[in-house]
Design a protein around this ligand. Structure first.
Ligand code: MG
Length: 309
């Protein structure tokens, strides 16, 4: 028997009804799926999850196909921090039926009954990500009760966004079994409760090998110059989250600083020791499209004259 070993070049293209996904009109609705990457499916032996791109029948990328905007740069290292809220019976897991739990403070990275809710689900998701060969590097309970985060680290720009999409897929799917709805809205609960972001850590070969305070400053300056352009693709409703409170900078301002979690871009203390390493873009919302985030970061990084730094 000819077993499929995960090599997507062996998979055929496939078509689907784009009108059912609001990607096409009913009278001309065939769209093409092109298999791009495979992952072992944690749900079954010898099963695979396949990332596909969507193309029009004439061979041009469909307008929803943001993946093709990302340049596949194997030297770009990416760490996504995906925050989300577990919703159960219409409210964050752990919230009382009426009203609110105690104010924020005891929940972040917490342990123990009353301080965290949903760890069984979160750890099962982590196990599934490991079984799918994702480099999930951690999980933590977040600042609001019922809010969690996972981190995926990936070498290579395109694979980073693919890995995140698979991790999200597994999260939503596992939620079905627990009767949990995963909310990635950037401000699911209004008021004095933290929103959800997707901090995007990035490191180019130049940043790792040469570095320098001037180089890191030049990158931050380039991000400042293109701030508006970035914000356009960093997720819907992000203005509800980026208010200048709750460890964010306002959406209409740009700032950067060492160890500064109130800044748009944080220079990690570890980077500032040797001035080599990575930067953290704190602006993307939890619901942002990772392909659009990376394509925008790549565009801005391209505008930098690296050999002059
Ligand atoms: Mg976080």
């Amino acid at each position: 028997m000819d077993f499929f070993d995960g090599d997507v070049s062996r998979l055929p293209e496939w078509s689907f009804d784009g009108s059912s996904t609001r990607q096409a009109e009913g009278h001309f609705s065939d769209l093409i799926l092109k298999p791009c990457r495979s992952y072992p499916d944690p749900a079954r032996a010898d099963g695979f999850l396949i990332i596909c791109e969507v193309y029009n029948p004439d061979g041009t990328p469909h307008k929803s196909n943001t993946r093709q905007l990302v340049e596949d740069d194997p030297e770009l290292w990416i760490g996504f921090e995906q925050e989300y809220v577990i919703m159960h019976e219409g409210r964050p897991l752990g919230f009382p039926k009426d009203g609110y739990p105690a104010p924020q403070g005891p929940y972040y990275c917490a342990v123990g009954k009353g301080n965290v809710e949903g760890r069984d689900f979160v750890e099962e998701h982590m196990d599934q990500c490991l079984d799918a060969d994702l480099d999930i590097t951690g999980i933590n309970a977040e600042v609001m009760l019922g809010q969690w985060e996972f981190q995926v680290f990936t070498v290579g720009s395109l694979k980073a966004a693919d890995d995140l999409m698979i991790a999200r897929y597994l999260l939503h799917k596992l939620g079905e079994y627990y009767d949990y709805k995963i909310d990635i809205h950037p401000k699911p609960i209004k008021g004095d409760w933290n929103g959800s972001g997707m901090h995007t850590n990035f490191s180019t070969k130049e940043m790792r090998e040469k570095g320098g305070k001037i180089m890191m400053g030049a990158i931050c300056d380039a991000l400042e110059e293109t701030h508006k352009e970035h914000m356009e693709v960093y997720g819907a409703h992000n203005e509800q989250r980026l208010t200048g409170k709750h460890e964010t900078q306002s959406i209409d301002k740009f700032s950067y600083g060492v160890s500064d979690r109130g800044a748009s871009v944080r220079i990690p203390a570890s980077t500032a020791i040797t001035w080599t390493g990575h930067l953290e873009d704190r602006r993307p919302a939890s619901n942002a499209d990772p392909y659009l985030i990376l394509s925008k970061i790549q565009k801005t990084l391209k505008s930098i004259e690296w050999d002059k730094l």
